[in-house]
Design a protein around this ligand. Structure first.
Ligand code: G6P
Length: 372
């Protein structure tokens, strides 16, 4: 009913708008005034976490993209090797696991069968499993050794939005907590990141307030045949997520690529008028990544692509090559997905609506896939 949708036409719009609160609720009570993290509910001791010598993340769909981003954070902040894999592939390749492996299973519903089977396999091999989940008491956290709940509230729309942002928050918290208990990389940088993570709800709110031009752009592209998405570092999974949203909602051919791979194939797809969305890393992070992507933008634009550039405020180097420039607030490099994903959600939702699609219940998809 209209009341359930809180005055919005679709649950998806409501859930996109709820993201600042979802992020704030997921942070709540977990960051102390001294910048120390407390994850009391974890049910896995600090001593056990100190033993971990490998992290393996398993998940499906949007949650898998959160896992890809977590890999960058875990390896950078903890120096523990981390793998990430779609849950459906995991157990069939005979993965190498033991009691020092921490497996992180990410799932909004807690009922995805592929993810459940992956975690059962991991526990049989002696690995410890930590669930990151949005649904209290669901099967995946019940069968795990430990759980960190995301507090997104119920997500009704099939395409995940607020659950994704809270999965990212939970992944950052787990990565930083691992760093804290192990004393690795626990320095000025990490304290700064923890403080700035606290600003994320406000920054997401800021992005949401500036989305009208993105909606207009989406409507103007309703007849496009395909859209490409490029990113690198944590912007690469963001590009994959942007493409997934467009497939799910607008039934369009949409592909995400690592921008560095452009020259190894995807550049052959560039033709006149093709919309290409580029997620630009902060120029204040690794400047080399930023500069490489700026030259990618130049290359594809020279070949006639219509460039839709998502870049940090104050990044002027990209402006001359952007047909459409979408600004996001400055964040530490690893946290950028929290703000960069939001325009892509709005873009897909509006484009699908312009095509007349039912955004809350896309064809052939289920909110939770309980078969393998
Ligand atoms: C389905 C949904 C996706 C979701 C995926 C994983 O495919 O349509 O939106 O990302 O399942 O779901 P989970 O509940 O495990 O996060």
């Amino acid at each position: 009913s209209a009341a359930e949708k809180g005055g919005y036409d679709y649950f998806m719009l409501k859930e996109i708008a709820e993201q600042p609160k979802a992020v704030a609720d997921t942070l709540l009570g977990r960051i102390g005034a001294d910048g120390q993290l407390t994850l009391d509910e974890l049910r896995i001791s600090d001593a056990q976490l100190r033993q971990v010598d490998k992290v393996v993340i398993v998940a499906c769909g949007t949650a898998f993209h959160a896992g890809m981003i977590a890999k960058y954070a875990i390896e950078h902040w903890t120096r523990i090797p981390c793998e990430v894999e779609v849950a459906s592939e995991f157990r069939y390749r005979d993965p190498i696991l033991d009691d020092r492996t921490l497996v992180i299973a990410i799932s909004q519903s807690g009922e995805t069968m592929d993810t459940l089977m992956a975690l059962r396999h991991a526990r049989e091999q002696g690995a410890k499993v930590l669930a990151i989940c949005n649904t209290n008491g669901s099967t995946i956290p019940r069968e795990s050794d430990a759980v960190l709940y995301t507090h997104a509230g119920p997500e009704v729309a099939v395409a995940s939005t607020k659950a994704f942002l809270t999965q990212l928050v939970a992944c950052y918290l787990v990565s930083l907590y691992l760093g804290q208990v192990r004393g690795t990389k626990w320095d000025r940088e990490t304290f700064g990141v923890i403080e700035l993570l606290g600003h994320a709800p406000h920054q997401v709110e800021q992005v949401l307030r500036t989305m009208e031009p993105v909606r207009e752009l989406a409507r103007s592209l309703a007849d496009a045949h395909a859209v490409l998405f490029l990113g690198r570092h944590v912007g690469y999974p963001v590009a994959l997520e942007g493409a997934l949203k467009l497939k799910e909602l607008a039934y369009m051919h949409a592909e995400g690529f690592a921008a560095g791979e452009l020259k190894h194939g995807p550049i052959a797809l560039i033709e006149h008028g093709l919309p290409v969305v580029i997620v630009v890393p902060s120029p204040r992070g690794r400047a080399v990544l930023h500069d490489k992507i700026v030259s990618n933008i130049q290359e594809i634009r020279a070949r006639g692509a219509r460039t839709i550039v998502i870049a940090e405020e104050g990044d002027e180097a990209v402006a001359p090559y952007a047909d459409h420039l979408i600004r996001i607030p400055a964040t530490p490099a690893l946290l950028q997905p929290l703000v960069a994903t939001v325009p892509l959600q709005v873009f897909a939702c509006e484009l699908a609506t312009a095509k007349g699609h039912e955004v809350d219940q896309p064809r052939n998809l289920a909110k939770s896939v309980t078969v393998e």
